[in-house]
Write a new protein. Structure first.
Length: 219
């Protein structure tokens, strides 16, 4: 994106430990992901992800949502903070906030999220236990574009793992997280290379419309 001598810029939003953030840091440093992380922005003081970013020499910003009177003023401050870094792509990496329509529209078609289920199954929370309780044979994670409807944007890439006999939600989550660390930087790589686009709320890879569930990733 931009001229060939300028790397694409990402801004990553986190709320917690930042394990997906670490996968972006590692792949950016190795060159596998041809982008620089311009900043990491967090809404929770003391989140370990801030330490990960600082250790990698990435600028960090803390915007404590509890100091704002509602979602609108918080999101406006978040937009102001993000835009000063002029990112090509905004990454939600465990950012535990429901975003306002104005925020989503401002970053339309350049805002990605990862959700721990095989969307369209199980939007929302407690996805691993819901998959186990339903007797599903597999579960997984999906990278998708963000729209105003929660977990309903166009799916980009999806990875699945089998649900094992006597699986706990915690054990399943751990196995899925390993897949998240592969597919999320991959989706960003496609985007910054210009291979991933979106049209009429459909994700396209190399000009071809992706399946509704997204590109099927096999590790």
């Amino acid at each position: 994106m931009g001229d060939s001598n300028t790397k694409a810029k990402l801004v990553v939003l986190i709320s917690g430990s930042g394990s997906n953030l670490q996968s972006f840091i590692d792949q950016s440093l190795s060159g596998e992901l041809p982008a620089d992380i311009a900043a990491v922005i967090c809404n929770r003081p003391g989140a370990f992800g801030l330490e990960r970013a600082a250790k990698a020499g990435i600028p960090t910003e803390l915007i404590d949502h509890t100091l704002y009177e509602g979602r609108e003023p918080f999101d406006q401050e978040l937009i102001r903070c993000i835009d000063q870094y002029e990112p090509d792509l905004v990454i939600l990496a465990g950012f535990m906030r429901i975003l306002t329509p104005g925020f989503v529209q401002h970053y339309s078609n350049r805002l990605l999220n990862i959700h721990p289920s095989l969307l369209p199954k199980y939007p929302g929370l407690n996805t691993h236990q819901r998959a186990i309780d339903a007797g599903d044979s597999e579960a997984g994670a999906t990278v998708h574009f963000v729209t105003e409807v929660l977990d309903c944007g166009a799916n980009v890439v999806q990875a699945s793992v089998p649900i094992l006999k006597d699986d706990s939600a915690e054990a399943l989550a751990k196995r899925i997280l390993g897949q998240e660390h592969k597919i999320y930087p991959l989706a960003a790589k496609w985007f910054v290379e210009g291979r991933l686009t979106i049209k009429d709320n459909k994700a396209l890879l190399d000009g071809d419309v992706l399946p509704e569930s997204g590109f099927p990733f096999n590790s």
